[in-house]
Design a protein around this ligand. Structure first.
Ligand code: GLY
Length: 399
């Protein structure tokens, strides 16, 4: 990491807020901030790119519930609740369809171990006040006739929907442009800090951008931005996900009517059917640093597991293989809002839930940027929970 730079960049016309990163989180923050009257600049060499180009777009607050993540569940549910209105507003503002589909999800078990795992998940969901219904194998196949005959049972979750992340980011980009957001299509080389305050950033062409406030929303790259003091850098690491896209020919439609998922041999596999015939099969979860190679092993495992669930998928054309990097934090939850460096905010660390958390993140950051306060639902996700002082207090507490 480079040390902070004591220059005061010249202020470009109209930069109240500089957002570093134009992925789904940076764009939703930019759009919401611009709607509140702020003059916003987004710096990114390819806005609209990032992990959302790879993501399946499941809005799976209930089926992706994990032990120890109840606080995150509250934020996930707040975002899910906002989704219909968010989509309607975004589609009107951008003039674009987002591929939002209220189709629900079916999580199934293939053997006795899977069934025990799913029963545990069901108990956790019920204990958390969530709605999901246990189905027999036969009931699962009645819903989704192409399921393998060996499916032993499943959980029907009618509230876990999906959106097409590529259309979502295209819509956000258009809405940002219409709202007057300025795009600087460059990498940010470093944060600019003066008098112990973030004051902008320097681009890779040497341009200095000044802003009253800076939002670091660079996904898994957020932990590497030069110029950010070491104790403020977010503890975000990349977790690789490989994913496949297949196409359902008209003669096979409707192939699946909802998202179907399972844990096979300990690995998640999900099949997300879009209305336009795309079928997304994901995803591996690999701690491989910055590697984004699509491997034969990754593709093989996804196809093998998906084939165990839905044998008919081997008939479908395989149209794309891709790998992306989820920005993971130490507690799997995002980092939202002000840091210990005045003027610098974070919107990163969304891990498996970047698309799901887009509406609530945009609202939370817009509130912080205009009022200085995080709304109540976002307060547990302050970056300050990872500050050296907070960490040492936690370590001293008896277990
Ligand atoms: N939320 C799905 C994934 O991260 O693979």
């Amino acid at each position: 990491m480079q040390s902070s730079h004591p220059t005061q960049p010249s202020r470009p016309a109209g930069a109240d807020v500089l957002i570093v990163g134009g992925g789904v989180i940076g764009l939703v923050t930019a759009w919401r901030a611009a709607q509140r009257g702020l003059r916003v600049t987004v710096a990114d060499p390819a806005p609209g790119g990032g992990a959302a180009q790879v993501a399946a777009g499941m809005l799976a607050a209930v089926t992706e519930l994990h032990y120890g993540e109840q606080t995150l569940l509250g934020l996930n549910l707040a975002s899910v609740e906002r989704y219909p209105e968010f989509v309607a507003e975004l589609e009107a503002a951008s003039g674009r369809d987002t591929g939002y589909r209220t189709c629900g999800t079916l999580a199934v078990a293939l053997d006795a171990d899977d069934r025990a795992h799913l029963r545990e998940l069901h108990a956790l969901q019920q204990g958390s006040g969530l709605t999901s219904d246990w189905l027999s194998g036969r009931e699962c196949r009645r819903l989704e006739p192409l399921l393998a005959p060996g499916v032993r049972g499943g959980l029907r979750v009618d509230g876990d929907h999906q959106i097409d992340p590529r259309r979502l980011t295209a819509a956000l980009l258009a809405a940002c442009e219409r709202a007057g957001v300025v795009f600087r299509r460059h990498w940010v080389e470093r944060l600019a800090v003066a008098a112990d305050r973030a004051v902008g950033a320097v681009l890779d062409d040497g341009t200095e951008l000044a802003a009253d406030q800076v939002v670091l929303a660079a996904g898994s790259l957020s932990g590497r931005l030069a110029g950010v003091p070491a104790d403020v850098l977010p503890p975000v690491r990349p977790v690789k996900g490989q994913i496949l896209r297949l196409t359902v020919p008209e003669r096979y439609a409707p192939f699946l009517s909802r998202t179907v998922r399972a844990v096979v041999r300990g690995s998640d596999v999900y099949l997300v059917p879009r209305e336009n015939g795309e079928l997304v099969v994901g995803a591996t979860s690999e701690e491989q640093g910055w590697d984004t190679t699509v491997t034969a092993g990754g593709v093989y495992e996804l196809l093998r597991d998906a084939h165990e669930l839905i044998p008919g998928i081997t008939e479908l054309p395989l149209t794309e293989t891709r790998a992306g990097l989820r920005p993971a934090s130490p507690d799997n939850a995002p980092l939202l809002g002000p840091t210990a460096l005045p003027g610098l905010h974070l919107a990163t660390g969304h891990f498996r839930n970047g698309v799901l958390l887009a509406p609530v993140t945009g609202d939370a950051l817009a509130a912080v940027l205009t009022t200085g306060e995080l709304p109540p639902e976002a307060r547990p996700f302050t970056p300050l929970r990872f500050s050296p002082a907070a960490t040492s207090v936690r370590q001293e507490q008896p277990v």
